[in-house]
Design a protein around this ligand. Structure first.
Ligand code: ADP
Ligand code: MG
Length: 280
């Protein structure tokens, strides 16, 4: 047997830094010691170190994607109570949450319902799962993105800005119904929709279904063209439930004073919670 080749561990550390292999840099002394003691084959040692580096790298990438997504970290599938929205198929949501086919063909998800029903939460939850599955997601209020795109248009950067957004497999446009106002603003929204059509997915939440969208786009022709592209390949969830906050507040109240449930149930502005529609 040859004597072991002496290694300069400081030099190893330098080389691993240079190669940007921090996990191997951290693990190799312990692994090398074990390998020597237990008589591992060299390939086993090398393989184990590389596997760890790759696993850490994947983890860091997902962390970066989560940060860039601007998703609320608390709005996940784990914290979403499906029993509150019986018209939404959990199995269908779970299937969407894995990504794959629908993201690959640039299909969309549209979530409608009155305020407080859980649209943003559901959209975020799907976003988090897609990030876990390795996809890139951006969550943004529609009005914010519209402003950003309009600024880009003014400085003649719209195509470049749209191209940059292409890195996201999914853009969640939260609260489409609030994006409106002047023509220039809203036509950038149309340009985003047209640009991503059949290539990159959108998930849109809106308080009003299509009938209320004539306020969102500058003219009826553009409204129809936008809706046409959005629904062509899409899943639509209609969450016609009463506000979650109001319901949970009501539940607490009624469990405190059990006999007065008739006082709680006729809320002003009740949108008829419980209507069940879901168009695949
Ligand atoms: P919307 O976007 O439809 O106005 P949100 O998603 O913002 O409603 O929901 C309002 C609040 O109620 C949020 O804090 C959300 O986390 C919570 N919420 C709504 N629906 C559910 C649900 N099914 N399970 C758990 N929390 C919910
Ligand atoms: Mg919302």
């Amino acid at each position: 047997m040859n004597a072991p080749i002496p290694h300069d561990s400081a030099r190893l550390t330098l080389m691993l830094n240079e190669l940007r292999l921090p996990t191997i840099g951290r693990l190799w002394p312990e692994f090398a010691q074990r390998a020597d003691k237990e008589g591992w084959q060299a390939t086993r040692l090398l393989g184990a170190l590389l596997e760890h580096e790759l696993a850490e790298r994947a983890k860091r990438r997902i962390e970066r994607h989560r940060t860039e997504s601007r998703l609320d970290p608390t709005k996940t599938l784990a914290t979403f109570d499906f029993s509150m929205v019986p018209m939404v198929s959990k199995a269908h949501v779970m299937a969407l949450a894995t990504g794959d086919a629908w993201l690959e063909k640039g299909a969309n998800v549209l979530v409608f319902g009155p305020p407080g029903g859980g649209k943003s939460h559901l959209g975020s939850a799907i976003g988090h799962s897609l990030i876990d599955a390795g996809y890139r997601v951006l969550f943004t209020r529609t009005s914010e993105l519209v402003q950003k795109l309009q600024a880009a248009r003014q400085s003649l950067q719209l195509p470049a800005t749209l191209a940059k957004l292409d890195r996201f497999d999914l853009i969640i446009l939260d609260d489409l119904s609030y994006a409106r106002k002047d023509q220039a603003e809203t036509s950038v929204l149309f340009e985003l929709i047209a640009e991503r059509y059949e290539r990159r997915s959108l998930l849109i939440t809106a308080n009003q279904p299509f009938s209320g969208w004539e306020n969102v786009f500058p003219d009826p022709g553009m409204t129809i063209a936008a809706i046409d592209r959005l629904v062509h390949h899409s899943t639509i969830f209609e969450m016609n439930v009463e506000s979650y906050r109001r319901r949970t507040a009501t539940d607490k109240q009624s469990s405190r004073r059990q006999s007065s449930s008739d006082n709680d149930s006729h809320d002003d502005n009740d949108e008829g919670g419980g209507a069940t529609t879901m168009t695949p």
